[in-house]
Design a protein around this ligand. Structure first.
Ligand code: SAM
Length: 288
């Protein structure tokens, strides 16, 4: 396990992923009943943007720092306001919160979070972050195992964020088989799978695997900050949502259109929201 999210925290992919994640949670919280959030690949939960890893890559400069510098009307838009309110206090101190901390800050008193992290150091940091917090279980356990064994939650409603490092090709199979098991145990859960957009062939392979698992209940939100390149560069970010809220497509479209001019590299950024058949809407960045 070589991947450390500290090198990438707060980059454009985190901004898109976390902003969409906040919308999914808020939708589930429209009802008073408790929800459970599972974060199968949680990371340490809080990142130092002035630390060695972040200063080596400076990825946050084209991510959360670009959002911080954007017109305030973007950050205060109703679809982004929750996300911005959660990250702003940390940003002011040169830090960025990861998905488990964002999830924690979204919880109402009746909701719970289960977060899993297998990396020794990051897992210890995650446990330390939530030590003594009765609303959170931070567990040093394989997220794939947890997904197959810990759902359904007693709360019955909730969301699973699946955000693996994509270090190995086999992770596409890990995602598909863990999801199959989880869906067999918890048909009604909402599952959000993050994926990197580098080579089109890899994206197609992942999309095909996910469609095979949930052909009728899946939506893909893809954001390309630049067109595909011939190298292995991360050009875009994707979130596949199984059992999405009925408002998700519309909200994702508005959100991504708003983020396009903020996070684009050059003038050829695009986004697409599509279903299993590839049907949906897509948009290019407005000319500068
Ligand atoms: N979800 C985090 C966020 O948005 O802030 C970022 C997570 S990062 C992309 C992926 C994390 O998964 C890494 O911290 C890595 O150590 C961890 N990881 C890798 N394999 C794992 C496994 N099988 N189970 C749990 N965690 C794992």
């Amino acid at each position: 396990m070589n991947y450390r999210h500290a090198f990438h925290a707060g980059n454009f992919a985190d901004v898109v992923k976390h902003a969409l994640f906040c919308r999914l949670v808020r939708y589930l919280q429209r009802k008073d009943g408790a929800i459970r959030i599972y974060d199968t690949h949680a990371g340490p939960g809080l990142y130092d943007l002035f630390g060695e890893a972040a200063t080596r890559t400076l990825e946050h400069e084209e991510g959360i720092a670009a959002l911080a510098a954007a017109d305030p009307s973007v950050r205060t838009h109703p679809l982004l306001a929750d996300y911005w309110a959660i990250v702003e206090p940390d940003m002011a101190q040169g830090r960025y919160p990861g998905s488990p901390l964002i999830a924690r800050r979204l919880l109402r008193p009746q909701d719970r979070l289960s977060a899993y992290e297998l990396h020794l150091e990051d897992g210890a940091a995650l446990k330390g972050l939530f030590a003594g917090d009765p609303a959170v279980k931070a567990i040093a356990l394989d997220g794939w195992l947890a997904l197959g064994a810990h759902v359904p939650p007693k709360e019955k409603r909730g969301l699973v964020l699946i955000d693996p490092p994509f270090e190995k090709l086999s992770e596409v199979d890990d995602i598909a088989s863990a999801l199959k098991k989880a869906l067999a145990r918890w048909r009604g859960g909402t599952y959000a799978v993050w994926y990197p957009i580098k080579r089109p062939a890899m994206v197609e392979r992942l999309e095909d695997a996910l469609v095979a698992v949930a052909p009728n209940e899946i939506v893909f939100a893809e954001f390309l900050r630049e067109p595909h390149t011939s190298d292995e560069r991360l050009v875009g970010t994707g979130l596949a949502v199984i059992n999405p809220p009925f408002v998700f497509t519309e909200e994702a479209e508005t959100l991504l259109a708003m983020l396009l001019p903020v996070l684009q590299r050059g003038s050829k950024a695009t986004f697409a929201i599509k279903d299993a058949r590839g049907a949906g809407s897509s948009r290019a960045a407005p000319a500068n």
